[in-house]
Write a protein that binds this ligand. Structure first.
Ligand code: IFM
Length: 466
């Protein structure tokens, strides 16, 4: 018997209450679903390297085969068509397009995304690619990865190559997925590829990713891109208690995780990093990259103008809030504590839909007229339920209601993507967490829609019919 965490009513009233033009989608990412890591000239990415190193992922899982989407994409597109979604957010694997991260384009790699794009359009689904969802070509990492400013320029070149082929058919581009996770998990704490543990010395990776975003916006516009966004990860920061220390800890976390990747883009300036003890981290001599002389500042004249080039939408990925307590002795001024008293998902994450509403209201309050329309570019949950996933239905229903409340209070939210269409490779957790509307039997690659798939399909149909 599955436990329902919220009451829900099949979603009809929810569908009726969302604005008529609201767009429905599902999201995935290349390394998490494609497999075929050695096919058609694809180069090696940092996730190939990392997942093959002993002890890096749970049970040594890798993305070598994943959901075999590279071969089975027509079936996956049919599944999306069955849902009735308007939009599909997928990511393009940089190592398929430029196997070494620079230089000549691998036509076979582009051909794959070309076929996928046309296949989506034939089913009435708008292709919305993300250019970078964490699979950096390994040769670029060997030259410093996101610590190296040059990676931003290579990214713009890659963006240009993809846009040259696809820009006539793409609805909305997303430059980067969750640059904060790349900085924190990849370079500060070594939990993700490339496995560096630099703590605050990872901060230059924030600037270089933001610069890559800005340069890519220019490259995409030059190729006639219609709409451009970035998909940022937001974690509402809740103080663990009422002490000044806990409140300051939550503020420091908020700066590092949420504001650092939003303000340069929307306001053209960095938040004050002194609360992190990192006031000079983006100045001279802080890891501007192996190719750069160490006395050059990380942030150079004109960078913020590039980074703040106008975008058409802000992508918001939301999963859970964090509780922060003061940590006077630690390398960072906060400790992350568990949020108590809430139901949790299969990955143990607290289920807090109202934090999504509050986050959207905060974005509007904070950035006012500088906030472009918002798309919820990821929201979803992992549960162990095989097919009768009532908990996932309840989760999605509650989070969509929170989005609706934010819309009712005036936030311009235009669409929502469920993470994820199907179960997939959940990074360091391997295939254990299951986030899909569609269940994958990894032994046979059989796809089976869950109850949540039917619920989402009916919700979309009810909304489209209104
Ligand atoms: O699977 C990830 C995705 O790649 C990025 N956002 C969070 C998801 C769930 O952890």
């Amino acid at each position: 018997m599955t436990r329902r965490i919220f009451a829900f009513d099949e979603g009809a009233d929810l569908a009726r209450s969302l604005p008529p033009g609201f767009r429905w989608g599902v999201a995935t990412a290349a390394y998490q679903i494609e497999g075929a890591v050695d096919e058609d000239g694809r180069g090696t990415s940092i996730w190939d390297t990392f997942s093959h190193e002993p002890g890096r992922t749970r049970d040594g899982h890798t993305g070598d085969v994943a959901c075999d989407h590279y071969h089975r994409w027509p079936e996956d597109v049919r599944l999306m068509a069955g849902l009735g979604v308007h939009d599909y957010r997928f990511s393009v694997a940089w190592p398929r397009i430029q196997p070494t991260g620079a230089g000549p384009v691998n036509a076979a790699g582009l051909d794959f995304y070309d076929r996928l794009t046309d296949g989506l359009l034939e089913h009435g689904i708008t292709p919305n690619p993300t250019l970078y969802h964490w699979d950096l070509p390994q040769p670029l990492e060997d030259r410093g990865g996101w610590l190296n400013r040059d990676t931003a320029h290579r990214f713009a070149e890659y963006a240009d190559a993809v846009a040259e082929r696809l820009a006539d058919r793409v609805g909305m581009w997303m430059t980067l997925n969750e640059p904060v996770v790349v900085m924190a998990y990849g370079y500060a704490f070594g939990l993700h590829a490339p496995g560096r543990a630099l703590v605050l010395d990872a901060l230059p990776t924030a600037h270089h990713q933001l610069l890559a975003h800005g340069l890519a916006v220019g490259a995409l516009r030059a190729r006639g891109a219609r709409r451009i966004a970035i998909a940022n990860h937001y974690i509402p920061a809740w103080p663990a208690g009422e002490t000044a220390g806990d409140i300051a800890a939550a503020e420091a976390f908020d700066i590092l995780i949420n504001r650092l990747f939003t303000e340069p883009i929307l306001l053209g300036r960095y938040p004050d990093l002194s609360a992190l003890g990192a006031a000079g981290a983006l100045a001279a001599g802080h890891g501007a990259g192996p190719a750069d002389p160490g006395d050059l500042p990380v942030v150079r004249d004109g960078d913020l103008d590039v980074i703040s080039a106008p975008i058409d939408a802000l992508g918001v990925n939301y999963y859970q809030p964090n509780l922060l307590a003061a940590a006077p002795e630690g390398p960072l001024p906060f400790d992350i504590r568990p949020v108590e008293g809430r139901p949790t998902t299969g990955t143990g994450w607290p289920v807090v839909p109202e934090a999504l509403r509050d986050l959207l209201l905060d974005l509007r309050r904070r950035y006012g007229g500088a906030l472009p329309p918002v798309h919820i570019t990821e929201n979803g949950c992992s549960y162990d339920e095989r097919l009768d996933d009532a908990d996932r239905v309840a989760f999605l229903d509650a989070h969509l209601r929170a989005v609706r409340e934010a819309i009712d209070e005036g936030v311009d939210v235009r669409g929502y993507y469920v993470w994820s269409l199907m179960d997939n490779f959940e990074w360091a957790e391997g295939y254990h967490p299951r986030f899909g509307l569609v269940h994958i039997d990894y032994a046979t690659q059989r796809r089976t829609p869950r109850a949540s798939y039917a619920w989402y399909r009916d919700l979309i149909a009810a909304h489209r019919a209104r």
